[in-house]
Design a protein around this ligand. Structure first.
Ligand code: NAD
Length: 316
């Protein structure tokens, strides 16, 4: 297969690129390096530094690449940034997606995989519920709105132009290469701070000192598996979750990471962060991991801590 991965220099995109190359596929990447990093990029890819909103640039890449599929991971990914800059968020996540879809039609790309968000798209998922794909979306943040709009466009192009599209709604993804300096990615942030012995903040779910919000943490390799199956046309439904169905509070995540890192970091209780949903847990789909159970949180965290530990070691 010849696959174009947008956002291939980012956290999730770069793991997808590696997995595709490992299976012998040809891979092109476009990424504007706004949050992605050159060092994430596998040297075997054909990389073009490009904003996905650049219609001419995208057309050129698509016409030269003869791609069978586009795996669209590039996005403005931060809920906090989307609240501060809703126009930029929509411009990248909605307009950028349409630019790619138009190019797919124009250059005969048959398949499109879209990275969406299960964590943000449903809004609150109160106990003891687990969100199922048929559940009514209730986007709260501009980020959730722009991702939902992207989904609607993807489905429209599937209907009108016969594009074979799969939407993957990710829960909270974690793993090696996640940026510990962003405003999201609590596993990366906590791991790096704990390895340095720095304090971590437990943002409240409701009031200062509680156990924090509840999230469904899914390991990046499980998300990679889903993308590869979707790219190969092995997922026939329009929308899937990449999730575990298990809810974990911020405090219990911090406790697990403390044990794994052997850290003495202090946990500082802080207020609820506006815009954060209190609880999000999604029903997992065994199809997206080839029938296997999702990676247990303990195992995924262990692999992540090992990676961050090696990285810290190498940078000294
Ligand atoms: P990331 O920031 O590491 O990756 C996004 C990549 O897109 C970066 O390399 C960035 O440079 C690139 N990019 C951003 N704007 C661009 C533009 N205008 N043109 C070209 N490239 C651009 O984030 P990630 O966590 O790897 O996210 C990948 C995808 O998964 C995103 O679509 C995100 O919304 C989605 N997602 C992530 C999570 C999560 O927990 N990490 C959860 C749900 C959905």
């Amino acid at each position: 297969m010849r696959v174009l991965v947008t956002g291939g220099a980012g956290f999730i995109g770069s793991h997808i690129v590696d997995a595709l190359l490992k299976e012998g596929h040809e891979v092109g990447v476009i990424d504007d390096l706004s949050t992605g990093r050159r060092e994430n990029l596998n040297p075997l890819v054909h990389f073009v530094e490009l904003d996905i909103r650049n219609e001419e640039g995208v057309a050129e890449v698509m016409s030269n690449g003869h791609f069978d599929a586009v795996c669209h991971q590039a996005a403005q990914t931060s809920v906090v940034v989307s609240t501060r800059e809703p126009l930029r968020d929509a411009s990248i996540n909605v307009i950028g997606t349409i630019v790619l879809l138009e190019a797919c039609v124009r250059f005969g790309v048959k398949r499109f995989v879209f990275a969406s968000t299960g964590g943000a798209i449903y809004g609150e998922v109160p106990e003891p519920e687990i969100a199922k794909p048929g559940r009514k979306e209730k986007p709260i943040s501009p980020y959730a709105c722009s991702k939902l709009a992207g989904e609607v466009y993807v489905q429209r192009y599937a209907r009108e132009h016969g594009l074979q599209a799969t939407i993957l709604r990710y829960a909270n993804v974690y793993g090696p290469r996640q940026d510990p300096h962003g405003e999201a990615g609590v596993v990366a942030i906590f791991t790096e701070r704990m390895l340095r012995g720095e304090p971590v903040r437990i943002n409240a779910r409701r009031s200062v000192g509680d156990d924090g919000c509840v999230r469904d943490y899914v390991y990046v390799e499980d998300v990679v598996k889903a993308n590869l199956l979707a790219l190969k046309g092995k997922l026939s439904a329009p929308i899937y979750h990449c999730a575990t169905g298990r809810g974990t509070t911020t405090r219990s995540l911090a406790e697990m990471l403390k044990a794994l890192t052997g850290s003495t970091s202090e946990m500082i209780p802080t207020p609820h962060r506006p815009g954060d949903v209190e609880r999000s847990v999604l029903e997992p789909h065994p199809e997206v991991t080839g029938g296997e159970a999702p990676t247990p949180l303990e195992q995924g965290l262990k692999l992540t801590v090992e990676w961050f530990r090696n990285k810290a070691h190498l940078s000294h």
